[in-house]
Each structure stands twice: as structure tokens, then as C-alpha cells.
Design a protein around this ligand. Structure first.
Ligand code: CA
Length: 220
């Protein structure tokens, strides 16, 4: 899961980045509104964490611009002030959730996972694809009821396919989301898929020629 972290306080940003990465997110951090707007317009993120008080362009304006452009990724707003007026303004601007500072990183992470799940049209933590069952919260997988040992990269690839909700993802898209801006090339993604197929059955990850990979028989 690739998230954009927009926060101009370097101490808060660095601490959040560490917590998010430890929770398995790929983090792109940015400290000003103009840059955040450009990043969110041009690149795909699974979710955005957006501080409101930012240099160059405030968070609410960034959010309004994204929504006007039709960018629909889930956005959680951070603010130093927990005022109801600001919360209402944020929600009206298109925010999906709101967290007042100070907060504990685990709360932010739990809410982010919830937002990403809801954006994918699911309400539970466990999804199945044929004989494969994935627990997205615990980052565990079973195949035919038996626990499967997955590397973090393998789990992230399955997580991406699960959250795509049946839409095929190309090796290029997967590579971008697995490794942020340092693209993992298509050959590396294919090798990763081949390794996964040995663990969770060759039929679980289907190849749609010309489109990409999809989890077969995906069910929330
Ligand atoms: Ca700020």
C-alpha cells in the first residue's frame, strides 16, 4: 500500500514515516502544499495523510483541487486544532476521515487501513481468493487452511491484488506500488509472482494477457 504523507513538521513527518513503514506501508513524504498537490494529481496513492497547515498551499485547498480534478483516493486530514468547524470544512472539501493532533501512530494506521478497505469496497479484514485466505490486518495467509509463509514483498503484492477488487494490475503498476518511485521492473515482478504461485497454487494468481494479474475468485 502506497501512501502520500503530507506534513511540514519534519519531526512529526519522520516519526510517522517510521511507524507507517513498520506497518508495511510505502511512504512518499512531502512538506509543502504545492508539491503535495502535484504528487497527488500525477501519481497513484492508495491513501493520503494530509496536514492542514502547510507552506505554499494549505491542506484544504490541496484537497479541494484534487477532488475538482476527480482524484478520489481516500484522504485523512491531520490538524493541530480539533475544532468542529475545521472538521466540517475538511469533510465538505472531500476528506474521508479526520484525526486531531496529538494522536498515537497506531490509531492513524488503523484508520488508514479502514479507509483503504472501504475504498476497495470491503468491510472485513479477511478476504478469500479461491483456496487462498488473506488476513490483511495480521498480514498472514492460509492456503487450503494451512498457514503460508510469505515474505513482506510477497504479502504486499497479494495485498495490492486483493485491494484492486478484481481489476487486473500490470507488472508495471505492481512494480511501482511495491517499490515506490524506484520502479521494480516487470521481470522482477514476474519472478515474484512465480515464487508466490509455488506457495499458494498456480491457479490463484491469474494472468490476463495484455492486462496483468488478478486474484481468481476474489471474495470479500
Ligand atoms: Ca503543519
Amino acid at each position: 500500500m502506497r501512501v502520500l504523507l503530507v506534513e511540514d513538521d519534519p519531526v512529526i513527518s519522520a516519526a510517522l514515516k517510521v511507524s507507517l513503514e513498520a506497518a508495511g506501508f510505502l511512504v512518499e513524504a512531502c512538506g509543502d502544499g504545492e508539491r503535495a498537490w502535484a504528487l497527488g494529481s500525477d501519481e497513484d496513492f492508495d491513501a493520503v495523510i494530509l496536514d492542514l497547515g502547510l507552506p505554499r498551499l494549505d491542506g484544504l485547498s490541496v484537497l479541494k483541487r484534487w477532488r475538482q480534478e476527480g482524484r478520489a483516493m481516500p484522504v485523512i486530514i491531520l490538524s493541530a486544532r480539533g475544532s468542529w468547524a475545521e472538521k466540517v470544512e475538511g469533510i465538505e472539501a472531500g476528506a474521508d476521515d479526520y484525526l486531531a493532533k496529538p494522536f498515537e501512530p497506531p490509531e492513524l494506521i488503523a484508520r488508514l487501513r479502514g479507509l483503504i478497505r472501504r475504498a476497495a469496497g470491503r468491510t472485513g479484514n479477511v478476504i478469500t481468493a479461491g483456496r487462498l485466505s488473506l488476513d490483511l490486518f495480521r498480514a498472514t495467509a492460509t492456503y487450503d487452511g494451512a498457514q503460508v509463509r510469505l515474505s513482506p514483498l510477497e504479502f504486499r503484492l497479494l495485498d495490492l491484488l486483493a485491494n484492486a477488487g478484481g481489476r487486473p494490475l500490470s507488472a508495471g503498476e505492481l512494480g511501482e506500488h511495491l517499490h515506490g518511485t524506484d520502479m521494480l521492473d516487470a521481470n522482477a515482478v514476474e519472478a515474484l509472482v512465480a515464487r508466490l504461485r509455488r506457495k499458494i497454487g498456480s491457479e490463484t494468481i491469474e494472468t490476463r494477457r495484455g492486462f496483468g494479474y488478478v486474484l481468481r475468485d476474489l471474495a470479500p
